[in-house]
Design a protein around this ligand. Sequence first.
Ligand code: KG4
Ligand code: ZN
Length: 332
Amino acid sequence: MSINILGIESSCDETAAAIVRDGREILSNIIATQIPWHKEYGGVVPEIASRKHLEFIVPVIKKALKEANISLDELDGIAVTYGPGLVGGLLVGLSAAKALAYSRNLPLIGVNHIEGHIYANFLAYPQLKPPLICLTVSGGHTTLLAITKLGSYEILGQTRDDAAGEAYDKISRVLGLGYPGGPAIEKAAKEGSTSYIFPKALADELDFSFSGLKTAVINLVHNAEQKEEKLNVYDLAASFQAAVIEVLVEKTIRAAKLKQVKNVLLSGGVASNEALRTALNKACQKEGLTLYYPPKILCTDNAAMIACTGYYRFLEGERAAWDLNADPRLGF
Ligand code: KG4
Ligand code: ZN
């Protein structure tokens, strides 16, 4: 008998609902993006995000059910992101999930958003088995970990300051390339060459730090402004991106060698970056490692990855209590 899980995601600026069958078959994957409302402010405005989630959540869930062509009676459980993220947004998704689960007497499963990003790989490649090394790069996290068994993680490295995606977003703003910064910088970088040399921090460790790189770019831009010199934005974007990618690739390969693990996963919003995918793939091939990454639509925030994580938790008998609360700082 198949198991249908409804996933709900509302931790940042996408209101999303999806139905996933048996942890691998995506019956629907609805994402209502709020980018148009946040764009003019250059980043996510939490208050606007909460209001938009409230507006979108019911239509998005209804659409997910309709597109999957299943009724609420055919659901086996509801998985919802309860952290980390913006508390206002999280509460909207969590309240909707609880109300539906309670009224339909369905199991409720709380999902860690970052774990959801990792599971996007299990959704795309259900045959994957630990041990695995996973680099998760999103707007809020940069985490390098070893997956020893399903649901068990050993954190090998984390960012000490900005996340990789956060650095992309901030630098994009400074270069006047707009929001969200990742895709904007990726596009600009294609037109430029890596003519600027930027610092790479924490060379001997598996932890990351992007604030020095960010400051170096910002200082360069401000100095040029004061001297009324013109900088090449495309070259700056290309050089910044190259510096980020070099560090991410180098540490991921080092972690795989250290742990003697052959299969490497890439996940999170920044994992949709083509240059990162290509560079990491090349480095993995050189070392005899195999790289996996989800299709782009499953890299950035979505609810299919939450439903998939929920499915594995459901199989393990995990159920959340009705007092499950939003946890904006939820860690691993
Ligand atoms: O995983 P995600 O959708 O949300 C969080 O959990 O944070 O990641 C969003 C982040 C943003 O910082 C965005 O700029 C970045 O992922 N991003 C990218 C690309 N697409 C999204 N960064 C680099 N290249 C991209 N193509
Ligand atoms: Zn995310």
